[in-house]
Design a protein around this ligand. Sequence first.
Ligand code: P6P
Length: 345
Amino acid sequence: MEAKTSSRKNPGIITIERHILHEQESFPDATGALTQILYSLALAGKLIASRTTRAGLADILGSAGEENIQGEEVQKLDIYANRTIVQLNNHTGRLAVMASEEEKDIIPIPDRHPTGKYVLLFDPLDGSSNIDYNVSVGTIFAIYRRKSASGRGTLEDVLQKGADVVAGGYMVYGSSTMLVYSTGNGVNGFTLDPNIGEFLLSHENIRLPEPGKYYSANQGYTKYWTEGIQRYTRWLQGEEGAPRSLSLRYIGSMVSDIHRTLLSGGVFYYPSDTRDPKKPHGKLRLLYEAVPMAYIIEQAGGYGSTGRGSILDVQPTDLHQRTPLFLGNKDLVEKAEEFIAEYDD
Ligand code: P6P
């Protein structure tokens, strides 16, 4: 079933379920397992959205009094989102193993349930420190094929390069709830119609607009950045010989900042800084934040870099390792690599 070639604002009534089934036709050996995993993530998005939009009412505000592996105060919505995704996927026989930003170790499939051929990594609720301020938050996911032959999945199944992702995307819970995903054939966005509980195709075949419109970084840390990053930032502001200047937008919630970058063009970056020698690689995590978002940005015609090379080429060594990241229009991200190479190496 082909979507009408109308403007991406109104491609007709195409639910995400129908779109995913259509995408599945591109994979002749598809068994439907990947399709079912994407369905479960869409359902998780609806359930999480239903809670985030009334966070202020249902005593979900405020922390759960716990800390996660990152040492961050866990918000009750974090726990709900994490539990929802695990419980929707741990018994279906489609996954070998899961891993979450919220859990220290890999999440095995319970012995009583069958295992499958895919691996699911996710950040259940990114940006949750913003919940109390009613700032948009999001869920990020990446799906791989398992590397181990059978049985319970292993850490090696999880520590795969982003280049091997088979599907990835995010949900953003904001003024509306959207699900944006790719299975390697471009990027499509779906907006939740809460009246019918369906994600409907609203942004067909998203491509990063050229030239990019905004740059997005927390300039409160400028004094901690390397000379290359400080010069790059001035270049984005029209100095350092730049042909133009970009406007600044920074929400402080990665999914929202990258969603805007995807739709408006530009560059989002969270570089390493010199504040904490124990964290020489910045704040954001490689496996379930940088990789899925770099995958989406590159599927939309952009580029995702660590500042010294493609994020999708990094071989992970630790479940929660962090990475500097620069995501957006290829020319803007490559310019960051040039400044780093010239002034920081
Ligand atoms: P900073 C939110 O806490 C988060 O993990 C990302 O969503 C966001 O991009 C980043 O941290 C913001 O960090 O240091 O600018 O507050």
